[in-house]
Write a protein that binds this ligand. Structure first.
Ligand code: F6P
Length: 349
């Protein structure tokens, strides 16, 4: 009798999810395994919601953004009998393996379920934030950086025409990978990220220095998780206040760009406008690099599932896709190291 793999996508969607699903389904089909979609992340396993997922269902989805099997930020550990329901539905649906495609939250649940209940799970690292340790890059990140870079390029021409400072707020939650990479690629004049919090005063000094050497416009990229930091030691995380947390304890971020833009205009006198890129960074078709990475991750995850090598995550190390421990990969966030921020800083002001 054919064995069966369940596939779920959890957390924020991201370009490349469908490419992973396609790779798992196609290679499983070749190996004589059936696949089943677990709908809307861990919620589908809690509620027992499944759908058939074969080569026909995945035909044509490689370039498509989002996820054809839905996603949610459900944490079974936060629901009444959530874990028991997951275990029961895994058993009742006859799943021999589970491929969980997600970020630190989704894969954190996978690691815990494997550790505590030995569920047969393998992980695939997804997130535009690129904050998962254990892998050099997550898929979805390259697309987000490409979208943010294109926005910065477009903002350059209008900034220059009007002699304005343009503040661009990008996503990334508590890490500044999208800000640093798109800022370097787009030639930003100041980049503000959570890991290396430059003060607002210092950022304004950089803009004044730039304008003093004859430039009449500037581009500032700020990561949504940057805490406004002042010389007197005061800090402020915008968006964190008075907003509900999700089942993983995260507050919804967003809004720092507006506050920063007002600060810059008041302190420097330079006319300033703000653009918040938001979910545009997560939508649409993946870049070729993300399609290829997602495909390689999917093939690796399927191979791990077929051989019963559970508790592992497909990961990129250099140019190789390897298997790493799920537990280690979810133990801590991968932040932007000082060396990367130094590359960005070399072009400030
Ligand atoms: O983790 C991906 C991400 O896009 C973060 O960069 C952002 O803070 C968050 O998800 C937004 O979540 P939501 O889609 O729930 O608004």
């Amino acid at each position: 009798m054919a064995r069966t793999i369940g596939i779920l996508t959890g957390g924020g969607d991201c370009p490349g999810l469908n490419a992973v699903i396609r790779a798992v389904v196609r290679s499983s089909d070749t190996q004589g395994w059936d696949c089943v979609a677990v709908l809307e992340g861990w919620r589908g396993l809690v509620d027992g919601r499944f759908e058939e997922l074969g080569p026909k269902e995945v035909s044509g989805i490689l370039p498509r953004g989002g996820t054809i099997i839905g996603t949610s930020r459900t944490n079974p550990y936060k629901l009444d009998s959530g874990v028991e329901k997951v275990l029961g539905n895994l058993h009742d649906r006859g799943l021999d393996a589970l491929v969980a495609i997600g970020g630190e939250d989704t894969l954190g649940v996978a690691a815990r379920l494997h550790h505590e209940h030995q569920i047969p799970v393998v992980g695939v690292p997804k997130t535009i934030d690129n904050d998962l340790s254990g892998t050099d890059y997550t898929f979805g990140f390259d697309t987000a950086v490409a979208i943010a870079t294109e926005a910065i390029d477009r903002l350059h021409t209008t900034a220059e025409s009007h002699n304005r400072v343009m503040v661009v707020e990008v996503m990334g939650r508590h890490v500044g990978w999208i800000a640093v990479m798109s800022g370097i690629a787009g030639g930003a004049d100041v980049i503000l990220i959570p890991e290396h919090p430059m003060t607002v005063e210092a950022a304004c000094d950089e803009l004044r220095r730039r304008h003093a050497r004859g430039k009449s416009f500037s581009i500032v990229v700020v990561s949504e998780g940057y805490e406004l930091t002042y010389e007197d030691g005061e800090t402020r995380l915008v968006g964190g206040e008075a907003r509900a947390t999700d089942q993983f304890g995260h507050v919804a971020l967003g809004g720092v760009g507006d506050v920063l833009g007002r600060e810059i205009e008041q302190r420097t006198g330079f006319e300033t406008r703000v653009t918040v890129l938001g979910h545009v960074q997560r939508g649409g078709s993946p870049t070729p690099r993300d399609r290829v990475l997602a495909t390689r991750f999917g093939l690796k995850a399927a191979a791990l599932a077929h051989t019963g090598d559970f508790g592992k995550m497909a990961a990129l190390r250099g140019d190789d896709v390897v298997a790493v421990s799920l537990q280690e990969a979810t133990a801590q966030l991968k932040t932007v190291p000082p060396g990367w921020y130094a590359v960005a800083r070399a072009f400030f002001g």
